[in-house]
Design a protein around this ligand. Structure first.
Ligand SMILES: Nc1ncnc2c1ncn2[C@@H]1O[C@H](COP(=O)(O)OP(=O)(O)O)[C@@H](O)[C@H]1O
Ligand SMILES: [Mg+2]
Length: 254
């Protein structure tokens, strides 16, 4: 069964003042299977962030369905959805969104504190994740004392500390230099291959996208095309560039 399924997703933003509305998503349908590592690409304003927000229950759908393990998340009431999201979904953003007054270790621990886990369990879990992402040596530092790439690895650790089954990331490498971006994509790869997370990542960076196994291209709120990785990353990078050339558009941000 698909882990995540979108059926004819339509999202219209109403303008409360002028009555002008934006159709940000127009009949988007697709399925994502367990263990997939999917990239979403498209020109600026094509609806990528909106799609991620609809799929993860952050924003309300106008019509259509989003099913996670066959369950329609729009049929859940607010508190059920909040618990469902906290237990099953992980989120990573372009801005790392760490708390400045907490150390790296404390930032990662936060979601577990909310879930009232035992101290010994939390300590081991944080250590294991920080070691996996090569940041254990900065565990007692504060966000302003480490690099952007390190902050993002902490944000990733925090997103997966409660073992979510699906991880959503919106432009996670957007604020990083190319070396840090590579580190982050290798963390995603590890998360996908070794920790068995299903990942959905929005990116406009061709290099970052080449770590994915499938790319869905959207344009003007519609699903435009998709490609699947057949052989190596380098070949996939070329396929992605070719698809972007076909996608075109005058408001491209890549
Ligand atoms: N909160 C909002 N209210 C009104 N329009 C919005 C809102 N968020 C996004 N939009 C519009 O929806 C379209 C898609 O935006 P977005 O999903 O942010 O695109 P992307 O992430 O691909 O750049 C754009 O035309 C944008 O201006
Ligand atoms: Mg966006």
């Amino acid at each position: 069964m698909a882990v995540l399924e979108g059926e004819n997703i339509i999202k219209i933003y109403e303008d409360i003042r002028g009555g002008c509305e934006t159709k940000a998503l127009n009949r988007i349908s697709f399925k994502i299977d367990e263990g997939e590592f999917v990239g979403i690409m498209g020109p600026s304003g094509s609806g990528k962030t909106t799609l991620l927000n609809i799929l993860s229950g952050v924003d309300k759908i106008t019509s259509g369905k989003v099913k996670i393990w066959g369950k329609d998340i729009n049929n859940m009431n607010k508190s059920t959805l909040a618990i469902f999201r906290r237990q099953n979904l992980g989120f990573i953003f372009q801005e790392f969104n760490l708390l400045d007054t907490l150390t790296m270790k404390e930032n990662i621990m936060l979601p577990m504190l909310l879930d009232k886990k035992a101290k010994a369990y939390m300590d081991k879990k944080v250590k294991d994740i920080m070691e996996a992402f090569n940041i254990y040596d900065i565990k007692d530092k504060y966000p302003y004392n480490v690099s952007g790439g390190q902050q993002q690895r902490v944000a990733i650790s925090r997103a997966i500390v409660n073992d979510p089954k699906i991880v959503f990331a919106d432009e996670p490498t957007g604020n990083l230099d190319s070396k840090s971006a590579k580190d982050i994509m290798m963390c995603f790869e590890k998360m996908n291959k070794e920790m068995n997370n299903t990942i959905l990542v929005v990116t406009h960076d061709v290099f970052a996208a080449s770590y994915c196994n499938r790319i869905i291209f959207i344009k003007d709120g519609r699903l435009h095309s998709e490609i699947v990785k057949k052989s190596g990353r380098k070949e996939f990078l070329e396929d992605i560039m070719n698809s972007l050339a076909v996608l075109g558009g005058d408001r491209c941000d890549f």
